[in-house]
Design a protein around this ligand. Structure first.
Ligand code: CP
Length: 316
C-alpha cells in the first residue's frame, strides 16, 4: 500500500476488517516488522486520538516515530505555488516534503480544510503535495476532505457491535458553535456505502455533503424519522458545503438526546470525538451504556496498525 487516503486504498473491506480482528487480538504479533523503519507524523492541526493512536500503532509494529507539530516546531510553510515568498513563511512545502521523506519510510499528515477556498480544499492542496513529493508512502491522518483512519475504525466498531447482518446506521448532523470541516462525514459516508449496511444521512436543508460522496445515499431531512429503528446513531457537526464553510444553523433541536434515542432500535451512540456535550449530544446519551465512543476511539489504534502494517509489508 503506497497511500491511504480513501476507501479505495484499503481494497476488499471484508479482508481489511478480518485483518483488524487479528491485529486487535494480537497487536504485538508483527513487532519486528518495523525494525529500523521510521514514521513521521506531521500535524498542521491539533489532535489527541490521531496522534496517540497512530504513534501507538507504529510502536506496536516496532517502528521509530517522529512527531512534528508544524505550527509549534517547524518553519512556517508556504503551500501555494508561484507566490513571492516575502511574508512570514520562510519555507515551501515543495522543499520541506521531500526533505522529510529522506528522514523516514512512511509519512502521516494531518491538514484540515482551510475554508478559505473550496476548490483548493477539495483538490487537497496540501495532501497532494505530500503524495507528489514525499517519495515514501503517505497516510492521511485527516485531510481537507476525508478522515479515512477514523472511518475504518468506525466501520470496525460497527462490525464488533452489530447484532444483525445488515444494521441501520444513521449519520446525523448536530449543532456546534464553530464551523467544522466535512472530512469526517465525507469519509463516514464513503466507507459505509461500501459496507453491507442500511445507511441514512440526516441533516437540516443546506447541509448537503458533496454529491461525490452522497450519490445514491438515502438522505432524510426529518431527523426523528431517520432515527426510527436505527441500530447505530453516528453524530457529527459539519459546516455547509454549498455555502462553503458557513454555519447555517445552530438549532439545538438537532442535539441527540434521550427522547430521540428512544425512537431507535436501542441504538448504539457513536461520535469520532472530541465532542461538545449538550450541543452535539446530551450528557444522558453519551454517558449511557449504549454510548460506544470510547471503544470507537480505542479502535483507532487498530485501524492505524492495519494501515501501517500493510505499508511496511509493501516497502520491505
Ligand atoms: N477523532 C479524531 O481524529 O480525534 P483527534 O482530532 O483528537 O485526533
Amino acid at each position: 500500500m503506497k497511500r491511504f487516503l480513501t476507501v479505495d486504498d484499503i481494497g476488499d473491506l471484508k479482508i481489511a476488517l478480518q485483518e483488524a480482528v487479528e491485529v486487535k487480538k494480537n497487536p504485538y504479533a508483527w513487532d519486528t516488522l518495523g525494525k529500523n523503519k521510521t514514521i513521521t507524523l506531521i500535524f498542521f492541526n491539533s489532535s489527541l486520538r490521531t496522534r496517540l493512536s497512530t504513534q501507538k500503532a507504529a510502536m506496536n509494529l516496532g517502528m521509530n516515530v517522529i512527531v512534528l507539530d508544524v505550527n509549534k516546531d517547524g518553519w512556517k510553510l508556504e503551500t501555494e505555488f508561484g507566490v513571492v515568498m516575502d511574508g512570514d513563511k520562510p519555507e515551501h512545502l515543495r522543499e520541506a516534503v521531500p526533505v522529510i521523506g529522506r528522514y523516514c519510510d512512511i509519512i502521516g499528515v494531518r491538514s484540515f480544510a482551510s475554508f478559505e477556498d473550496k476548490q483548493a480544499d477539495y483538490e487537497e492542496q496540501i495532501l497532494s503535495q505530500f503524495i507528489e513529493f514525499a517519495g515514501v508512502p503517505v497516510i492521511s491522518m485527516e485531510s481537507a476532505t476525508r478522515h479515512p483512519m477514523q472511518a475504518f475504525a468506525d466501520l470496525f466498531t460497527i462490525e464488533e457491535y452489530k447484532t444483525k447482518e445488515r444494521p441501520k446506521v444513521v449519520l446525523t448532523w448536530a449543532p456546534h458553535p464553530r464551523a467544522l470541516p466535512q472530512a469526517v462525514p465525507n469519509s463516514f459516508v464513503e466507507w459505509m456505502k461500501e459496507a453491507d449496511l442500511d445507511l441514512v444521512v440526516t441533516h437540516p436543508e443546506g447541509y448537503e455533503l458533496a454529491t461525490e460522496f452522497t450519490k445514491g445515499v438515502n438522505v432524510e431531512y426529518d431527523q426523528k424519522k431517520a432515527f426510527e429503528n436505527a441500530d447505530f446513531i453516528y453524530a457529527k457537526n459539519w459546516a455547509s458545503y454549498t455555502e462553503y464553510g458557513k454555519i447555517l444553523s445552530q438549532d439545538r433541536s438537532w442535539t441527540v438526546d434521550e427522547e430521540k434515542m428512544a425512537l431507535t432500535n436501542n441504538a448504539k451512540f457513536m461520535h469520532c470525538l472530541p465532542v461538545r456535550r449538550n450541543m452535539i449530544v446530551s450528557d444522558g446519551v453519551i454517558d449511557s451504556e449504549n454510548s460506544i465512543v470510547i471503544d470507537e476511539a480505542a479502535n483507532r489504534v487498530v485501524s492505524a496498525q492495519v494501515v501501517i502494517k500493510r505499508m511496511l509489508e509493501s516497502i520491505k
